[in-house]
Write a new protein. Sequence first.
Length: 230
Amino acid sequence: MVNKRTLFNWLLPPGSCLLCAGNSNNLVCNACRADLPSLDSCCRLCALPLPQPGPCPECLRRPPPFTARAAFHYDYPLALLIKRLKFRGDAGLGRFLGECLYAELTRWPLANRPECLLPMPLHWRRQLWRGFNQSLELARPIAAGLGIPLRTDLCRRVRATAPQTYLGRSARRRNVRAAFRVGSGPLPRHVAIVDDVMTSGHTVTELARSLRRAGVEEVQVWALARAAPE
């Protein structure tokens, strides 16, 4: 019996763009790479897409415990690539998307650089099932490009929470409560969390609060994509 990976490779032979199936030396051709939906106007605190840059109403009422930037809208065709990364375990695609995020980072003002990068932790059961942490794969090219160390030991996800996608707003908040535990030992003053998709922001808010309570003074979030909450 032909497995799904073999069938996919037959349908889309090596040297083809994952999006348009045209000839490409990379996973995604230059034309499709240029079509990824850049996020140019957003809230300066939570990266929510806005018609004009500035703080969104929610952040004016209740500022988050972090400042966030996102490279792209969570929209077609980027959403297809992220789902392929997460559910097909394509490490090469993780590297490509991490390089895309790094390219956008180089356009942002980074005068105050973090001391380390923290990939969004996965619970050990989910990481065992998936085989990898997609946020870590995104963070590797950024760490190499900026010369900032990765700290996967900084914090653990201690609760196996349900996927946030299928939960309402209040349920999402309850779902991630007390989900993280910061390790002992000296902590960096300034941390940047690297994540794949930021939607409601509840998960990264809980992680940032855990870091701040432990003594981290400043938390940034660098997300590949920002989705508008439902």
